[in-house]
Design a binder for this molecule. Structure first.
Ligand code: GLN
Length: 200
């Protein structure tokens, strides 16, 4: 069975667990280094990226999560997207820096800080029918050559994939549409199968 962890330091943790359970994965909360052991993939939830970074350092999870990501798929949503980006506008260094993307925090402005939008997502939806819940969301300003853009909203990039890394600016765990989590589950499953073939 595929095992997926949800980083459990801060943010929308429980909702991700419920959504991932619907995909058939075995789901656990990650609060210590030991909790990463045996996992096939990891979700970085939404919340507040600077707080999450502080807690990653405090719980000595920063380097272990980075190392985990060198060998497993990772899915970051909202604040998780910011944690994964190699470039954060107006900020010196990245956090985990897993994806070749440039992000702008709280990018949709004060007036429209939170909203819902119907999205078409490559490989995930057939139509423009995925409700994206945006909460003080970031968006992606630009992507590197290895990054596939999966969704845009108002000409802004709001979902992307780079190899084993998946990210979105909205909160797919806050609706009952689990297609985005299903897509990540398939990514994790494929990755794991390829690893065991490589080892055999
Ligand atoms: N605004 C938050 C940040 O910059 C992200 C918001 C969210 O995760 N819903 O970290």
């Amino acid at each position: 069975r595929i095992k997926i962890g949800v980083l459990g330091l801060q943010g929308a943790i429980r909702e991700h667990i419920w959504a991932l359970e619907k995909t058939g994965a075995e789901v656990t909360v990650v609060k210590t280094v030991e909790h990463l052991e045996g996992l096939d993939g990891l979700v970085l939830p939404g919340g507040e990226s600077t707080t999450m970074r502080r807690l990653l350092d405090k719980y000595e999870l920063f380097e272990p999560v980075k190392a985990f990501a060198q060998q497993h798929p990772v899915f970051g949503t909202c604040a998780g997207l910011i944690l994964m980006a190699q470039h954060i506008e107006g900020q010196k260094g990245p956090h985990l820096g897993l994806m070749d993307i440039d992000v702008r925090r709280n990018a949709f402005g004060r007036q429209v800080a939170s909203f819902e939008a119907e999205l078409a997502i490559q490989h995930v939806t057939e139509a423009e029918d995925f409700i994206g819940v945006f909460i003080r969301a970031p968006y992606i300003l630009s992507v590197g050559p290895e990054v596939e853009v999966l969704a845009t909203y108002a000409d802004k990039i709001v979902a992307a994939r780079q190899g084993p890394f998946l990210t979105c600016a909205f909160h797919p765990e806050l609706t009952e549409d689990y297609r985005m989590h299903q897509y990540f589950y398939e990514m994790v499953k494929d990755y794991k199968e390829k690893q065991s073939v490589a080892k055999a």
